[in-house]
Design a protein around this ligand. Structure first.
Ligand SMILES: Nc1nc2c(ncn2[C@@H]2O[C@H](COP(=O)(O)OP(=O)(O)OP(=O)(O)O)[C@@H](O)[C@H]2O)c(=O)[nH]1
Length: 307
């Protein structure tokens, strides 16, 4: 057969290959076209929590989490139709299944070899728990406002876009509650910037207590915030907005023995059938907020009140 894979194809025996795969720092799992494990190194046994002889001869699915098993079996079949060296999972995230039922995040490189006269796939499996945790932390940091712990504007837009898709697909309602602190400049001027920061941080904690797990609280500007309330109609969003407005109004903020108060003005908007993108909802929430400022602040205005 012509082609690169044939030039590189390793032809060997289990006995000949074993010392080499035992010398590798990664787990090695070799499987045939029938989805059976034919050879593993002891590192694979350690990684997956099985004795080596419990793995050899077993179905490969015992190392694959249930939700990935079907796709994996199809991929193995496809692989044997045109085997070549490549990473598995095509840039996606893959994980293995340990004997104790936990998952181990892995990166896998596969190649085809001839082993004991049979074409098999040899997988080098690397535990990437540390890298995945780091990746997840960096992703979260890139979407989060450090001061308040709320998400940032970038995440707000991405989430609102996703909510708009869900709304257009299935009519699932969603609302946005946008709030801005009143005369915040006065707090900064009167008590100092640290006092202003204290208000932003403590108010975020307090509002966080009012959220459901599905709600997405974001800092969209200096002292401007927006909360996405999925599966929430305008009336319920207004009730929520009124609740947080009252909580902020009642709280006594403290810094270095000094106490002070603050209030917020809130604009509320929900998707409507006329919306062609999430932008129009944002505009309505913004307009409602500014109508509230014009009306004297410390109040909740919904899109229904806009003319
Ligand atoms: N302490 C602190 N102040 C901030 C932060 N971000 C923005 N600000 C301040 O927030 C103030 C916003 O002022 P304005 O836009 O005039 O609004 P305002 O004084 O709240 O008045 P209204 O919104 O009209 O009620 C400015 O003084 C900003 O410097 C922050 O992270 N910390």
């Amino acid at each position: 057969m012509p082609g690169k894979e044939c030039v590189n194809l390793l032809v060997t025996t289990s006995q000949g290959l074993l010392p080499f795969i035992e010398s590798l720092p990664d787990a090695v799992v070799i499987a045939n076209a029938d989805h059976k494990i034919v050879l593993v190194n002891s590192r694979a046994g350690e990684m997956f929590g099985y004795p080596v002889d419990a793995l050899e001869g077993a179905d490969l699915k015992m190392l694959i989490p249930v939700h990935l098993q079907d796709g994996h079996k199809r991929n193995v079949k496809g692989y044997f139709r045109g085997p070549h060296a490549r990473p598995m999972g095509a840039g996606g995230r893959f994980s293995g299944l340990r004997a104790d039922g936990t998952e181990v995040p892995v990166d896998i490189m596969i190649n085809s070899i001839m082993l004991d006269g049979v074409r098999v796939a040899m997988a080098l499996v690397r535990d990437v728990t540390y890298q995945r945790e780091l990746e997840d932390r960096l992703t979260l940091e890139s979407l989060t406002d450090e001061m308040t712990g709320f998400y940032n504007r970038k995440h707000f837009k991405a989430q609102l876009r996703a909510q708009f898709s869900a709304y257009t697909r299935s009519g699932l309602p969603a609302s946005v509650v946008m709030y801005d602190f009143d005369r915040f400049k006065v707090i900064n001027d009167q008590y100092g910037h640290a006092a202003g920061d204290r208000v932003l941080v403590d108010a975020a904690k307090l509002i966080h207590e009012e959220l459901r797990p599905m709600d997405v609280a974001c800092r969209v500007g200096g002292e401007e915030f927006a909360i996405i309330l999925p599966n929430t109609n305008l009336q319920d969003a207004v009730t929520f907005a009124e609740r947080i407005r009252k909580r902020i109004e009642q709280v006594e903020f403290r810094l270095d023995g000094i106490t002070f108060h603050s209030t917020i003005t809130v604009g509320v908007a929900s998707f409507t059938p006329a919306d062609t993108s999430y932008d129009s909802l944002m505009r309505r929430a913004d307009n409602a907020l500014y109508a509230g400022k014009a009306a004297g602040r410390n109040c909740v205005i919904s899109q229904d009140s806009l003319t």
